[in-house]
Design a protein around this ligand. Structure first.
Ligand code: NAD
Length: 427
């Protein structure tokens, strides 16, 4: 690809990279994190501060490599962070947890003290799924907001977003949902159209918080990323709203670990005509997300997303699959996934593949949040609206559907960037 470029094109691309959004370097963009005191958000805050100060490199950031680094994406210094959370846990203690887990270095935390304090001053009370869920560190204002009507909850969220935009003189805000996994819900009739959804809001029918955050984001003109398995803007009603407001969005459920590997390996079996008999996957994790997923009602959506990817690629009803997720507190932010794949080859020979994945969930997720925020901002700058189909590679359950094969998804992302750059499609 680089070989085909003229010297002039390469020079322009280098200039765009050095200056970030070369078309408007003075532009300021807000990244609003829902779940602002959680592990991923903490990693995003310190990671971005480190990038802004040039304290570490950008390993793990997809948009820092070719061809994305030639796109006029907002550079690190253009971003301002804020967010919603329902707990009052001191942000310093969220950072200390990641220092103990060996994810954040004490030097980075010390160097980013100012940025972390400024971020914490921009945090606002989120909305709860009902008035109280018995959290020990619950923000009383979130408990109060949890008791408001859905319309009043949306008004409170919108006011926070609009105030963030105004106070920080931002040109645009991108909302990224990285809050705890919600209890799974069965589809509601009012989710089918915007009109029915708005009627349900008027009738004060309770809705999942992720949907109210999405509604508030779109109504305040913000693009959206849903990195969680929560319903969010996957509903036809909210997709309609995004289209109506001309806003880009993507989701659901970040693909960072076991599912990422599964969607790389499963196409191999398919391509070589090998028959997968069983695919057993066990995940053990120790962070708060693991604690939330210990609740079977919350675990349901996550397990569904992990299994769906495999089933869609291998498309064999005879295959036996199992996804287990267990909470092991001592692991902290580290997750281990062990997968056993039993498969059949020529002449019925039975073989197996096993892999063990040990990763820091937050260190894997944080750079993708920065990537997705940049890509949503870029799409919004270009006037793109609706589901960002080219971001499927980032998600376990991509909103646009389509293949779960990671390489095919990545090719789509590359084609999107290359089209903009006027290069040939694909790799
Ligand atoms: N880390 C990964 O690799 C990965 C991959 C895919 C999806 N996810 C999803 O990302 C989310 C965040 O993960 P994490 O490890 O940072 O979790 P975490 O538990 O550390 O953080 C979640 C934060 O959300 C807050 N919260 C809960 N309900 C809220 C609400 N209604 N409004 C606002 N804030 C709320 C919590 O108080 C907490 O501070 C989870 O849903 C997880 O399933 C993570």
């Amino acid at each position: 690809m680089a070989k085909n470029r003229t010297g002039e094109t390469a020079r322009k691309e280098r200039a765009a990279k050095d200056h970030g959004d070369a078309t408007n370097p003075g532009r300021r963009v807000g990244l609003w994190l829902v779940g602002a005191r959680g592990a991923i958000s903490t990693c995003v805050v310190y990671g971005l501060a480190g990038l802004q100060q040039g304290l570490h490199g950008s390993v793990g950031v997809v948009t820092e490599q070719e061809p994305f680094d030639s796109l006029p994406l907002a550079n690190w210094s253009q971003w301002v962070l804020g967010g919603h959370d329902v707990c009052v846990r001191d942000f310093g203690s969220s950072a200390a947890e990641l220092v103990r887990s060996g994810i954040l270095s004490p030097e980075l935390v010390a160097a980013a003290t100012g940025q972390a304090a400024a971020y914490e001053s921009r945090l606002r009370a989120g909305i709860l799924d009902g008035p109280d869920v018995g959290l020990s560190d619950l923000n009383p204002e979130s408990a109060r907001r949890g008791g408001l009507s859905p319309r009043d909850q949306i008004a409170a969220l919108r006011s926070d977003l609009e105030q963030f935009k105004q106070a920080n003189e931002l040109d645009r805000v991108i909302v990224v949902n990285v809050s705890s996994t919600e209890a799974a819900r069965s589809p509601q009739p009012e989710w089918e159209s915007l009109q029915a959804f708005e009627q349900a809001l008027d009738d004060e029918r309770p809705q999942p918080p992720s949907c109210l955050y999405a509604y508030a984001a779109f109504e305040s003109g913000a693009g959206l990323v849903n990195f969680t398995p929560n319903v969010g803007a996957s509903l036809p009603a909210l997709r309609e709203l995004a289209q109506k407001r001309g806003l880009p969005h993507c989701g659901n459920d970040g693909k960072t670990g076991e599912t990422l590997i599964k969607t790389v390996l499963a196409p191999l079996f398919k391509s070589r005509a090998l028959r997968v008999l069983s695919w057993q996957g066990y995940n053990i994790l120790g962070n708060r997300d693991g604690q939330a997923l210990a609740d079977p009602i919350r675990r349901e959506a996550k397990v569904r997303n992990k299994d769906e990817a495999l089933r869609s690629i291998l498309d064999d009803d005879r295959m036996h699959t199992h996804v287990g997720i267990d909470y092991v507190p001592s692991l902290g932010d580290w997750k281990t996934a062990w997968d056993f794949v039993h498969f059949e080859g020529f002449l019925g020979a039975r073989m197996n593949l096993q892999f063990t994945w040990q990763g820091s969930d937050s260190a894997l997720a944080a750079p993708l949040i920065l990537d997705l925020a940049r890509l949503v901002d870029f799409a919004a700058e270009r006037g793109e609206a609706g589901v960002m189909e080219h971001t499927a590679a980032f998600f376990k359950s991509p909103l646009a559907g389509g293949t779960h094969d990671f390489h095919a998804q990545q090719d789509r992302l590359l084609a999107y960037a290359n089209r903009f750059l006027g290069r040939g499609e694909g790799r």
